[in-house]
Design a binder for this molecule. Structure first.
Ligand code: DHB
Ligand code: FE
Length: 284
């Protein structure tokens, strides 16, 4: 039986990757954001998960507007990072966990989800930046990865309930995996931000704080807004909170917040980092 030991939730702004490459973590602009990772580094050093199941959105790298799966699950033995134009380079390759990926795919299909299965996949800043934040200064990532991409780009987007339920289905799949791996789930993106159009730069502190307050104890509260409500509240890219909802859904045990950090702005984004512990898992 595989255990989901916790969840890490973080913004994935590409500029963070550039700041890391330039060693700017202690600069006044960046320090309040990077400081939010100290408790996560301590927790990872103690907990030592083997696999990260990452809920994120592909930003046009694998899937563009002409072909957009609502959900896609990676099942490759390895993945490379590629940049879609942010000037990010040098991210280490990722090792996959194809057996676990296929188990997750089979189990979620049994639960009536229909993901696209990807035996080759490139990973963009939405995976690479959170990995570099969690495991800085390593020669190789200390975890394998199962990437799960949600469409937060091309409407119609999945509903918040569907994202939460996808996460729950993935959580059941991981719990029924007979391997010994300890799994951390990750939800990347958000919080409020809009990169284009008349409302470029839109940030909604009240909505972000509502999400941060409810993520651990009551994610169902976040279902009171539908996807278009969230676009209005949080901005056209703030809807990446769907990735957080999915990751939260995978945590079906007793969930406790261990750390939370919120800092406005990083680039155009209200940046947030949350660490949740998952214990006493239900297996059904
Ligand atoms: C920014 C945020 C994102 O989530 C993203 O994918 C790209 C850019 C930003 O704020 O710069
Ligand atoms: Fe993004």
């Amino acid at each position: 039986m595989s255990d989901i030991v916790g969840g890490i939730f973080t913004s994935h702004v590409p500029g963070i990757g550039l700041a890391i490459a330039r060693g700017q973590q202690q600069d006044p602009y960046w320090k309040p954001f990077f400081d939010g990772f100290a408790p996560i580094h301590r927790w990872l050093a103690q907990t030592r998960p083997d696999v990260a199941v990452v809920f994120y959105n592909d930003h046009g790298l694998n899937f563009f507007l002409d072909q957009m799966p609502t959900f896609a699950i990676g099942a490759a033995a390895d993945y490379q990072h590629e940049d879609e134009g942010w000037g990010l380079s040098g991210f280490k390759p990722f090792t996959g966990a194809p057996d676990l990926s296929w188990h997750i795919i089979e189990t979620v299909v049994e639960q009536e989800f229909d993901p696209v299965t990807c035996q080759s996949m490139l990973l963009d800043h939405a995976v690479a930046v959170p990995f570099e934040l969690c495991w800085p200064d390593t020669d190789a990532w200390p975890v394998k990865v199962v990437p799960i991409s949600l469409n937060t780009v091309q409407h119609p987007l999945p509903s918040p309930r569907r994202a939460l339920e996808l996460g729950r289905a993935v959580g059941r799949a991981i719990e029924s995996w007979t391997g010994p791996e300890r799994v951390v789930v990750m939800g990347t993106g958000g919080l409020s931000h809009q990169l284009d159009g008349e409302r470029a730069g839109h940030i909604n502190v009240d909505y972000d704080k509502f999400c941060l307050r409810n993520l651990a104890p009551d994610p169902e509260a976040m279902l009171q807004h539908d996807t278009l409500d969230i676009v209005e509240l949080a901005g056209s890219q703030g809807v990446e909170i769907l990735n957080w909802l999915a990751a939260r859904g995978a945590m079906r045990g007793s969930v406790r917040e261990l750390a939370s950090n919120y800092h406005v702005p990083i680039s155009n984004t209200a940046a947030a980092t949350v660490l949740l512990e998952n214990s006493a898992m239900v297996r059904a």
